[in-house]
Design a binder for this molecule. Structure first.
Ligand code: SF4
Length: 294
């Protein structure tokens, strides 16, 4: 008989919980509410909130709006977004995660304190990711973004370096970046700040144990989830029989052949209800499969 278990440690982090609670609270007070970008990198949760009235807009759409209520999600925004809101009489409901807010302030301070001719700010993160755009905005667009060691050529090694990380990157990858920069940074000052959010990093040992304790892992996350990629990689290292799915529709019944223990887990942007839906689908597939022995 197949045993299906959902990982109790997976699911929304407090930053995402806070943003979603704010959206639900605001929607109860007034049904017209806009969110700048997807509130969370999970299309099913976005659809659920859109079902109760939340409307997702782009920066271009916001620039053309007047006197509306716009929620800023946990990822945070660059200063330019707040200026647009002020200019357009938009009421901002700021759901930026406190961890991201603190990082934005730290980068802003470092930028204002530095001598631009001799120093540079480098951010280890995904180019174009909403959080990274918000961080780069703190440096008036001047920070250098690197995604991996392969991007070190973007750094000017003739200038001092001040390195930060996007909150959802892997701690190990950050350490590798630090070592690679240290090797090349000769005769300059290199300061680095490990600003990876522990809401993601602290989950790694537990998710490795969870993955190793099952025959099959169904990792539920949106394609755009940055922390999802980090946690998925760890699951794959611990258990080669790991599959990424967006929801229950993604399950391939063939995966269930010969397995005894199925584990369902996900990212900090994966709702618990969605993981439960996946677990339920596995159970029903097993019943229809006649054994539980498909
Ligand atoms: S992962 Fe960390 S920084 Fe990002 S929203 Fe969650 S709590 Fe905030």
């Amino acid at each position: 008989m197949i045993k299906v278990e959902t990982d109790g440690g997976s699911g929304f982090c407090f930053g995402v919980v806070n943003a979603i609670r704010k959206a639900e609270m605001e929607l109860r007070a007034d049904s017209e509410l806009y969110c700048l970008g997807d509130i969370v990198h999970n299309s099913r949760e976005v659809a659920r909130l859109e079902g109760i009235g939340l409307k997702t807009i782009t920066h271009g759409q916001m620039a053309g709006m007047r006197r509306k209520r716009v929620l800023l999600r946990a990822h945070g925004e660059p200063p330019a977004t707040y200026l647009t809101a002020e200019r357009n009489g938009i009421c901002v409901i700021d759901a930026t995660c406190p961890v991201v807010l603190k990082l934005q302030k730290k980068i802003r301070r470092a930028f204002l304190d530095m001598d631009a001719g001799r120093e540079q700010i480098v951010i280890f993160g995904k180019t174009g990711h909403a959080e990274v755009n918000g961080l780069v905005g703190q440096t008036d667009g001047r920070a250098v973004v690197i995604e991996s060691v392969a991007d070190l050529g973007l750094i000017d090694f003739g200038k001092n370096i001040c390195l930060f990380s996007q909150t959802t990157m892997s701690v190990n990858d950050f350490r590798s970046i630090v070592s690679a920069i240290e090797e090349r940074a000769k005769g300059i000052r290199f300061k680095f700040y490990d600003t990876v959010c522990r809401q993601v990093a602290n989950r790694i040992p537990d998710i490795i144990r969870f993955a190793a304790g099952h025959d099959l892992i169904l990792f539920v996350a949106g394609e755009k989830s940055s922390n999802g990629r980090v946690l998925l990689d760890e699951c794959r290292k611990a258990n080669g029989n790991t599959y990424l799915i967006a929801d229950a529709e993604g399950i391939d019944v063939g995966w269930l052949t010969g397995v005894e223990r199925v584990g369902v887990c996900g990212a900090t942007s994966t709702p618990k209800w969605l993981m439960e839906e996946v677990a339920e689908r596995v159970r029903s597939l097993c019943v229809f499969g006649g054994r539980m022995s498909l």
